[in-house]
Design a binder for this molecule. Sequence first.
Ligand code: ADP
Length: 428
Amino acid sequence: MVWLRSVIYYLFVTLVALFTGAVAGVEWGLGFALAVTLISLWFHLYNLGRLHYWLQHPRVDNVPGSLLLWQDVFDRLYDQVRHQKKAKERLSATVDRFMSAGEALPDGVIILDEYDRIEWCNPAASHHLGLNQLADVGQQVTHLVRHPPLRDYLKNQDFSHPLMLRVTRPQEQVLSVQLVPFDSTRKLLLSRDITSLDRVQTVHRDFVANVSHELRTPLTVVGGFIETMQDMPDLDAGTRNQHLQLMHDQTQRMQRLVEDLLTLSRLESGQQLREEEVDVPQLLQQLLTEAEGLSQGRHTVSIGAIARAKLIGNHDELHSAFGNLVSNAIRYTPAGGSITLGWELRGEQGHFFVRDTGIGLAPEHIPRLTERFYRVDRGRSRNTGGTGLGLAIVKHILQRHQAQMVIQSKLGEGSEFAVKFPAQRTLD
Ligand code: ADP
């Protein structure tokens, strides 16, 4: 114990002084005691001065060293300072990790103080709201954001729901913005890019509207005829049969639509593809026979190329996709035209194609053909029994087979719908 050592030291000095006084006289004893006291005082003042100097320039590597009690004081000081330094390093490493995590977040985060001034924001937030990550720190966020709905949201102080914000700069985006108070005065302003979610919701809404529209027309027709037949029970047999035939046509149209919708929903449910070896040459012959049946002699249907190669895929799905392309070629080719089907190998890739000399397509329609219910000529599609879902179904089936569809067409001259299968699906 240091204090005990100091007490012993002073007792020893007192004893020596007393002994000197007894042996050499009182003056020598007092002189000795005074000399020791002065040296001790100088020693303490000197070390106090070093401590004072160190407290003004505190660093781990310049903690002074000394003797006796002061050595112990400086040792303890050194230990404490070292511990503090380590704790500080650990803390700053944790803060750095949090900062890097915040910077890497795909969602925008802005920390606001009690006066809505920006304390910190991550790159995603500056990108979403057009802020400057460094220059805008300390500025009031309401002065910086250019979007009136966001300004109103921040001013209204009702943060129970996120705000949906459409921004056009730096790019068109839909953001979900929410303010979350924390730490009694500060707030977090969070922003999330929900553009794709919004697009999915729009597609979903449009789809429901389209399906309703598609079903409403035949239902109105059928309903109208039923009412007529109820109001006029004495209709002559000819008119009655005509009405019944029209009702039959409309119910068939609804049936086709429902079947296509079910096919689409089955394909979209992401069920695993049941794979088998598909004998494409044989399938081609089957498609030719079906095409001749649909055409009923109005077109020249032929096979232009027939490679021996087989395909790894699902027979029924491929039959449905190729069949859709063939039936489209017949439906969009006026009588007298010709339709050519083919299957060939280009390199190691299998290519299936359907060429027609039909009405063709203007270039602006081509990228949109696989959208559900997209039709160039609604009337022609309906009159030929189309549902507007055929190419959407084809697209899904081809995606499940990692195949790609390439459409080439010239208005008034005809079209080619080609499907490229990857080499690993083609068996030569
Ligand atoms: P639909 O039932 O209307 O035929 P699809 O999805 O099969 O629906 O086709 C979408 C649209 O693409 C059609 O309405 C038509 O305008 C166009 N189309 C498809 N195939 C051809 C083709 N071979 N020639 C010209 N236009 C075509």
